[in-house]
Design a protein around this ligand. Structure first.
Ligand SMILES: Nc1nc2c(c(=O)[nH]1)N=C([C@H](O)[C@H](O)COP(=O)(O)OP(=O)(O)OP(=O)(O)O)CN2
Length: 135
């Protein structure tokens, strides 16, 4: 079994409604997602999955869909106000925590047919969460 990983960076804003602390306020992060794939067999060039392919598929989506976006829980009372202002939002059915966003990125990579094993999302240089499906 081979594990192949590509790091991808993007910026986002979010807030955690009802959080008892400063993360209840809108704030931003320079995030790094680590997309880890598992493959049993290498291709004839000796590649598991081409790093370039991971960047093209997941990196392009991160750039277009999440980079410099405000990510909110769809039930957040702030949503209507930001929509009135024409601010581009990404709405999730859950709070935009590091854990939930790691799974959100995992689900996208999986849907694109990548053999993704786990996604780690670094929210700050010191804090990260990893999502991998359990048995
Ligand atoms: N398990 C989780 N805990 C926290 C999350 C999360 O997504 N999952 N998120 C937050 C906040 O979003 C916050 O931005 C991060 O908190 P913190 O580690 O305090 O980050 P700072 O860089 O601001 O830390 P300082 O040392 O205070 O500068 C909180 N918890």
């Amino acid at each position: 079994m081979y594990r192949v990983a590509r790091e991808l960076e993007f910026c986002f804003g979010h807030r955690l409604p009802e959080y008892d602390g400063k993360c209840r306020n809108i704030h931003g992060h320079n995030a790094k997602a680590v997309i880890t794939l598992e493959v049993e067999v290498l291709d004839k060039l000796g590649l598991g999955t081409d790093f370039v392919q991971i960047k093209r598929i997941v990196g392009t989506w991160l750039d277009q869909h999440l980079d410099h976006k405000l990510i909110l829980n769809e039930s957040d009372p702030y949503v209507a106000e930001f929509q009135k202002m024409g601010i581009p939002l990404v709405l999730l059915p859950v709070n935009p925590t590091t854990e939930n966003m790691a799974k959100y990125i995992f689900d996208y990579a999986k849907l694109q047919g990548l053999p993704v094993a786990e996604v780690t999302l670094w929210e700050t240089p010191y804090s990260y969460a990893t999502y991998r499906p359990g048995n």
